[in-house]
Design a protein around this ligand. Structure first.
Ligand code: NAD
Ligand code: WQD
Length: 343
């Protein structure tokens, strides 16, 4: 199937592009490059050995999305494009409602213009809010604790209404837990600009000496070692989950389905530090810092529905997550050093 990836040059979208091509699909990336670079597409072409078209455009521009779908004869859309920094969403909520909610609406209108009604949406475990029980299954009540989370929830609700009004839609809502790691080539991965908000990129930069130490946000949670527990899922596993979801909805009868993409395993911050050090033979200096406002003690998935209905389960463990993150960090350092010496 020929699939448009909005946000296809980003961290998760780029890995999904690789997985789709490996599974025999064709991909077109659509991205405004607000949080990514066009060189990612060249690296995707190196990995896949295929030409990957990039349309530089904004999802809020209905006509640009319509043209991309029509010009490339696209049959499905996987919708990654969006802003994702929780803290920024608190200080700049309008930016998030505009980009994520208005953008998604414009994109859906463009899909309707082209009679394309197969859609996979990047949602997040953040829609579960404060966990009432663990593991989190898809029936857990939803709520939002910040504007970013509220945009995901609003979009989920919008999609449910759209699917109820027109059963020709085939929509997969995928709730990601904590995506980490990188493609084994080291060519694509997560490279946030500025100081990373998320744990794994922060650990990588400390190990590389780009940041002095990790602040561990709280060691007095009700968890085995007192630090926060999360369900880290390898981005290549996550990418394969999208292929499974796309295939399932295209072959299925239901207008909308919701699936968690996680491993079902929870690891603490100190587990992550220890694994990263052991797997990569590096030091990650850290100090215990106050809790980060808004953090929950533990969050992990029940991945059973994805296993039963999509035939998908995560295959890669913590060692592969830590190893590939470090490979990516070192590749980045070599590339930056080379660029520096070329200038
Ligand atoms: P990312 O920032 O690396 O990728 C998003 C891409 O979308 C970027 O390339 C950016 O340039 C593009 N983009 C943003 N706004 C756009 C717009 N208006 N028009 C066109 N392109 C636009 O982020 P990611 O980690 O790959 O996340 C992808 C999706 O998954 C996001 O919707 C995010 O909310 C969701 N998600 C991410 C995580 C995570 O931890 N990474 C967890 C749960 C859900
Ligand atoms: C993981 C653990 C921190 C950084 C966020 C979003 C969520 C989703 C995924 C998009 C926690 C601890 C972190 C640091 C630390 N994104 N930590 N020091 O908070 O589970 O989820 O990303 O949808 O919406 O909220 O991920 O990687 O920020 O934190 O101790 O410098 O690491 O307290 O326990 P989180 P994270």
């Amino acid at each position: 199937m020929k699939t448009l990836l909005t946000g296809g040059a980003g961290y998760i979208g780029s890995h999904v592009a690789v997985a789709l091509v490996a599974a025999g699909h064709e991909v077109v990336c659509f991205d405004n490059l607000s949080n990514s670079r066009s060189e990612v597409i060249e690296r995707l072409e190196t990995i896949t050995g295929r030409t990957i078209p990039l349309v530089v455009g904004d999802i809020r521009d209905r006509e640009a999305v319509r043209a991309a779908i029509a010009d490339h004869d696209v049959q499905a859309v996987i919708h990654f494009a969006g802003l994702k920094a929780v803290g920024e969403s608190v200080s700049e909520p309008i930016k998030y409602y505009d980009n994520n909610v208005r953008g998604t609406l414009a994109m859906i209108e463009a899909m309707i213009d082209c009679d394309v009604k197969t859609l996979v949406f990047s949602s997040s475990a953040t829609v579960y809010g404060q966990p009432q029980y663990l593991p989190l299954d898809e029936a857990h009540p939803t709520s939002a604790t910040n504007p970013y989370g509220r945009t995901k929830l609003m979009i989920e609700e919008m999609l449910a209404d759209i699917a109820a009004a027109d059963p020709a839609w085939r929509i997969a809502v995928l709730r990601y837990f904590n995506p980490v790691g990188a493609h084994d080539s080291g060519l694509i991965g997560e490279d946030p600009s500025g100081i990373p908000n998320n744990l794994m990129p922060f650990i990588s930069r400390v190990a590389a000496g780009r940041l002095p130490e990790l602040s561990v946000f709280g060691n007095d949670y009700d968890t085995p070692d007192g630090t926060g527990v999360r369900d880290y899922v390898h981005v290549v596993d996550l990418a394969e989950g999208h292929v499974a979801a796309l295939d399932a909805i295209a072959a299925g009868e239901a207008p909308l389905g919701i699936w968690n993409l996680g491993t079902g395993e929870g690891y603490s911050v100190l587990d992550m530090v220890a694994s990263f050090e052991r797997v990569n033979g590096v030091n990650v200096p850290y100090r215990i810092a106050p809790r980060r406002p808004g953090d929950v003690a533990s969050c992990y998935a029940s991945p059973d529905r994805a296993r039963d209905e999509l035939g998908w389960a995560a295959q890669r463990g913590l060692d592969a997550m830590c190893g590939s993150s470090w490979t990516f960090e070192r590749t980045l350092a070599m590339r930056n050093a080379k660029q520096g010496s070329d200038e």
